[in-house]
Write a protein that binds this ligand. Structure first.
Ligand SMILES: *Cc1c(COP(=O)(O)O)cnc(C)c1O
Length: 371
C-alpha cells in the first residue's frame, strides 16, 4: 500500500490526510489504561472543545459519524423526533432514528434546497416533538442550511427550551463556522474523515448539559453509544472501550495544526476554495445544484449538463494523481462533486480545475451515464 501511487482526494470524504498526520499513527502502541493514553485524551479534550466552540463535553467515539447518529437518536430522543430532510444524509439519519424505535416525522424539502427556518418554526408550532434533527451541510447536494436561524426557530417554538436540537455537522465542522455554545445547540456530531482531514474511524459529538439531562431520562440507550457512559469515562480522560489509539495520535497532531491556523482563517480558506470552484464552474456553464445562497463552503455539487462523463474524467484525473466525486445516489450522472475540505488550499483546487479543463479539451461532449 505504501508504494501505491498517491491519488489526491477531492472528495466529500474521506479527505486528503497530510503525511505528518498519517505518520503520527505509527507511534508505538500503548495500553488504553496506561497513563500515556490518559494523557493523550487529557491533551485532546480541551483542544477539541475549542474546535467545537464549546465549554461542554465533546465525546470521542471509535466509529464513523453514523455511529453517533445512532447515539444521538438513542440518547437525545425520548419519543418523537422531527427530522428535516433535504438530501440523502438527512434522509438516512431519519431512517436511523426510526430503526432505533423512535417515532419519526419528517419535514421535507426538495433536494438542492436548504432547510427553511420559517417552515421549521411552522411545523414546531403544534408541539408534540421532544427533539429536532438537522443536517447542517448536505454532502449529497452541496447545500448548507442556515444553522443560526434554525436554532433560533427551535428555541422560539412552544416548549423550545426542552427540545433537543441535534445537528449533523459531519461535512461542515472545522470547515465552516459551527459555534455550538453561541447557538445553544445540544448534540453536534462529526466524523474524522471530513473537514478534520484525518483518516476515518473516529467520530466526535458535542453534548450539552440539556442533552445529558435528557439522556438520563431515556431508556434503551444501549451501551456502545450511551452518552452517560461515554461522559463518565471522558471525565477521567478515558473511553469505555478500547479506542482507536493510533487515530487519537493523528488527532493530537492535527488539532495543533488546526488551532495554529486559527478557526477563522480555516473557514476563510474553505470559502476561498469554494469561490475558486464556483467561479470556474460559472465560467464554463456548469450550474450549481444548490439553490442560490445555499452553496456549501466544503463541497460543491455541480450539474454535468450532459457535457461531462464523470467516470471518464476520473480515469483521466487518476493518471494525474487526483480524483473528484460523482453525484450521490440518484444524482449520479446528473451532477459531480468537488470536495474542497480539510487541508487543501486554493492552489490545490486550481490544479484540479486545470486538469478538468485539460480533460475537457481532449474529450468529446457526452450525455450523462444512464446508471
Ligand atoms: C459522510 C457523511 C455522513 C456519514 O458519516 P460516516 O462517517 O461515513 O458514517 C453523515 N452525514 C454527512 C453530512 C456526511 O457527509
Amino acid at each position: 500500500m505504501t508504494d501505491a501511487p498517491h491519488v489526491r482526494l477531492f472528495l466529500p470524504g474521506p479527505t486528503e490526510v497530510r503525511r505528518e498526520v498519517l505518520e503520527a499513527q505509527a507511534r508505538w502502541m500503548v495500553g488504553h489504561r496506561m497513563p500515556e493514553a490518559t494523557e493523550l485524551v487529557a491533551g485532546i479534550s480541551p483542544r477539541l472543545r475549542r474546535v467545537f466552540q464549546t465549554e461542554a463535553r465533546v465525546l470521542i467515539s471509535t466509529s464513523s459519524g453514523t455511529g453517533l447518529w445512532e447515539g444521538a437518536s438513542r440518547n437525545g430522543v425520548r419519543e418523537r423526533v422531527l427530522h428535516a430532510v433535504n438530501g440523502a444524509f438527512s434522509e438516512r439519519w431519519a431512517d436511523v432514528s426510526a430503526r432505533n424505535g423512535k417515532a419519526v416525522e419528517t419535514l421535507a424539502f426538495d433536494w438542492g434546497r436548504p432547510v427553511d427556518p420559517a417552515a421549521l418554526a411552522d411545523r414546531l408550532r403544534g408541539g408534540g416533538f421532544d427533539a429536532v434533527a438537522v443536517v447542517h451541510n448536505e454532502s449529497s447536494t452541496g447545500v448548507i442550511s442556515p444553522l443560526a436561524d434554525l436554532a433560533a426557530a427551535v428555541r422560539a417554538a412552544p416548549g423550545g427550551d426542552d427540545l433537543i436540537l441535534m445537528v449533523d455537522a459531519v461535512s461542515s465542522l472545522a470547515g465552516a463556522d459551527v459555534p455550538c455554545d453561541a447557538l445553544d445547540l445540544d448534540i453536534v456530531l462529526t466524523s474524522s474523515q471530513k473537514a478534520f482531514a484525518l483518516p476515518p474511524g473516529l467520530a466526535f459529538a458535542m453534548v450539552s448539559e440539556r442533552a445529558m439531562a435528557r439522556a438520563a431520562t431515556v431508556p434503551g440507550r444501549g451501551y456502545y453509544f450511551d452518552f452517560l457512559e461515554l461522559a463518565r469515562y471522558l471525565d477521567q480522560d478515558q473511553t469505555p472501550a478500547t479506542p482507536a489509539l493510533s487515530l487519537l495520535c493523528a488527532l493530537d497532531v492535527q488539532l495543533d495544526a488546526m488551532l495554529a491556523e486559527g478557526l477563522a482563517a480555516r473557514f476563510a480558506r474553505h470559502r476561498a476554495m469554494q469561490d475558486a470552484v464556483l467561479a470556474w464552474a460559472d465560467a464554463r456553464g456548469f450550474e450549481r445544484y444548490a439553490a442560490p445562497g445555499a452553496e456549501s463552503p466544503t463541497v460543491s455539487c455541480l450539474r454535468t449538463g450532459g457535457r461531462l462523463d464523470v467516470g471518464a474524467l476520473n480515469r483521466f484525473l487518476r493518471q494525474r494523481g487526483m480524483i473528484l466525486s460523482s453525484g450521490y445516489g440518484p444524482l449520479k450522472g446528473e451532477t459531480f462533486r468537488i470536495g474542497h475540505m480539510g487541508d487543501w488550499g486554493v492552489a490545490d483546487v486550481a490544479e484540479l480545475l486545470e486538469a478538468v479543463d485539460a480533460y475537457r479539451e481532449t474529450a468529446p461532449a457526452v450525455a450523462p451515464a444512464a446508471s
